[in-house]
Design a protein around this ligand. Structure first.
Ligand SMILES: [Mn+2]
Length: 301
């Protein structure tokens, strides 16, 4: 039995790709099961509901198991006891991380907008049928990761995949499908400051220290107007409690690609020069992977 596991603090791609990769392994005749390392967010729940799919089981220990990693290859995002598991496969669309394997393994890592775009092509290469429900999960994940094709991470391969998957899933009106997905993505009603920071928080080891960068995707920055102080206090708390050198959260208006960066920690002073009227605005910044984090790495060295 192979366990297919997405990254910590799972986003929609991480959950959908665990289910889809399990489907692929099953089509190969291999016994597999999707698992998740954290709670399902609102957008992912919307996707599971629309597809009529069940959530993977919550499981954070993989010691003694054979596993596939989907949507990451960084130790920091893997289960804590991943060193005691055997990694047999990786499907991902991020930079190559630092996981190590004992035996040769299967790695599918493409510079595209979503892990599900890689999985879609694996289905095609291997000639497996894609069921409508699986197609719905795949196209939802691609549209989520590429923010409805708007992200600079989006490639022609992502667009081609969605065009074909929409037909299989019998989704006639892709624009409405995207709109409903983005409404679920930007729904932060009732979430506390800590929950917002945690929502899509990623840890990065950097220059021998630990850094975290979260991202909250919004329909308008006004959604967090009354929460700035509480969000900053939460970043401060994380720095103290987890000895972080830097903690930040990108507040991204996905309609204008404008991001406000809130940040705290020992290294925070390196960024102050970019503030205007006490605010650090990153223009034309939708993607943490391709824009936010590369810029921060330059500034934090
Ligand atoms: Mn992804």
């Amino acid at each position: 039995m192979i366990l297919v596991v997405g990254h910590k603090n799972p986003d929609s791609d991480s959950i959908c790709s665990a289910i889809v990769a399990t489907e692929l392994l099953t089509a190969r005749g291999v016994e597999a099961m999707p698992i998740r390392q954290g709670e399902i967010n609102r957008e992912t729940q919307h996707i599971l509901d629309v597809a009529g799919a069940v959530s993977p089981e919550l499981r954070t220990s993989v010691a003694g198991e054979q596993i596939w990693l989907v949507d990451y290859s960084d130790l920091a995002q893997a289960p804590d006891d991943v060193a005691d598991a055997e990694i047999l496969g990786i499907v991902d669309h991020h930079r190559l991380g630092d996981v190590m394997t004992v035996n040769p393994m299967e790695a599918w890592i493409w510079p595209v907008g979503c892990t599900n775009t890689v999985l879609f092509n694996m289905f095609k290469i291997e000639g497996h049928e894609i069921k409508p429900q699986i197609a719905k999960l795949m196209m939802s994940a691609i549209l989520s990761d590429t923010v409805g094709f708007a992200s600079p991470t989006c490639t022609q391969k992502d667009k081609d995949a969605v065009a074909e998957l929409a037909q299989i899933a019998d989704v006639q009106d892709v624009d409405t499908f995207i709109k409903e997905l983005l409404i679920a993505k930007t729904d932060i009603d009732g979430l506390s400051a800590a929950e917002l920071v945690e929502k899509d928080l990623k840890g990065y080891p950097f220059n021998g220290r630990d850094v975290v960068v979260g991202q909250v995707e919004l329909a308008t920055l006004e959604q967090v107007d009354g929460m700035i102080e509480a969000l900053e206090a939460d970043l401060e708390r994380r720095c103290t409690e987890e000895s972080l050198a830097f903690a930040a959260v990108m507040l991204t208006d996905i309609t204008t690609a404008q991001t406000r960066l809130l940040y705290k920690g020992e290294w925070a002073e390196k960024l102050v020069k970019h503030e205007v009227d006490g605010m650090l605005m990153m223009e034309n910044t939708l993607s943490r992977k391709k824009q936010g984090w590369p810029w921060l790495q330059n500034e934090l060295v």
